[in-house]
Each structure stands twice: as structure tokens, then as C-alpha cells.
Write a protein of this length. Structure first.
Length: 173
């Protein structure tokens, strides 16, 4: 599997990583009779980017994404080409998706191999949080992502990078 598969369950797994709990309703029934019901209000996720309140501009997003992947500044020519494509579509999320997928295909992207990712998942997860979200993962984030990687051997480094770069937190600085 790779990041271009249309029925990609991996994307769903990583999307769950970024969904905050807006409300949860749990109930169980016995003989068509409701036994218990629990309703929880909004549950804030501690450390979920409280210090990031400014959304990145389109130009900042593309420039930072390029720098995060290649470890260098994007050239003016390449930035203009990407911005032309970005501005030509009404749905910005679609073009961001395409830009990121195409950047991740470039062999010059600085990333560990899939084998390196799996050889030390703790280090990989910590480095990925630092690289893209500029912070340390909390214990539950570290545990969850390590668990997802352990249970899904077909997830690649590109999949993880794509999930981080399309997360809501990555859109802010």
C-alpha cells in the first residue's frame, strides 16, 4: 500500500489521532430496554496545541512544509509554481493534499526509511512530533502512535508524515 491508495484505512487510523472528543454518548441495552447512559461534554485534550493560536498563511504553509521535508528553503520559482496551483483551485484542502503527496514522492525528502522507523518507534514518533509540530508528544500520543505502527505493518514513513502534515495542529504556529 502507498499513500495514493483511494481506500486507505491507514488515513482513517491517523485521522482518529487528530479528532478531539466533542462529546461521547455510551449506552447499552438489555432486551430492548436501556440500562445505562453516560453523556460526557467536551473533553479538552491537554497539550493539544494550546500555544499555537495563529494559522499559517498559504505562503507560510507551503514554505514550512517544504522546509520540513527537505531541510532547506524553497526556491522562489518552485514556490511560485506551487502557489499558482494552490490559488487556481477553490477547495484549498484538495490542493494541499496534492501538493503534500507530490512532495512526499520526491526522493530528496529527508526521512528515515520504513525499516528505521520500525526499528525504534519511540525515537521516530518523538522526532516526527518535533519536526512537524515543534513539540514533544505527550504520553498518550506516544503510546497511541506506537500502537498504531505496531498493529499496522503496512504503514510507511510517508503515511505518518502525510498524517502529521494534514493535521489541524500543523496548520497553526
Amino acid at each position: 500500500m502507498n499513500i495514493t491508495d483511494s481506500n486507505n484505512m491507514k488515513t482513517l487510523l491517523f485521522a482518529l489521532l487528530w479528532i478531539g472528543l466533542a462529546g461521547l454518548q455510551i449506552s447499552c441495552t438489555k432486551d430492548k430496554q436501556q440500562v445505562k447512559q453516560y453523556v460526557l461534554g467536551e473533553v479538552p485534550a491537554p497539550g493539544y496545541f494550546p500555544s499555537k493560536s495563529n494559522p499559517k498563511t498559504d505562503l507560510q504553509f507551503i514554505s514550512i512544509a517544504f522546509s520540513d521535508l527537505f531541510g532547506e528553503q524553497i526556491s522562489g520559482i518552485r514556490l511560485n509554481r506551487l502557489m499558482d496551483g494552490y490559488n487556481s483551485l477553490g477547495d484549498k484542502q484538495i490542493i494541499i493534499d496534492r501538493i503534500l503527496k507530490n512532495l512526499l514522492k520526491d526522493p530528496a525528502v529527508l526521512k528515515p526509511s520504513d525499516a528505521e522507523m520500525r526499528s525504534n518507534t519511540t525515537l521516530f514518533v518523538r522526532d516526527t512530533y518535533r519536526k512537524f509540530l515543534v513539540r514533544e508528544p505527550n504520553d498518550s500520543e506516544l503510546w497511541y502512535l506506537k500502537k498504531v505502527l505496531a498493529e499496522n505493518p503496512d504503514i510507511t514513513t510517508d503515511d505518518v508524515y502525510y498524517a502529521f502534515m494534514t493535521s489541524e495542529e500543523y496548520k497553526y504556529y
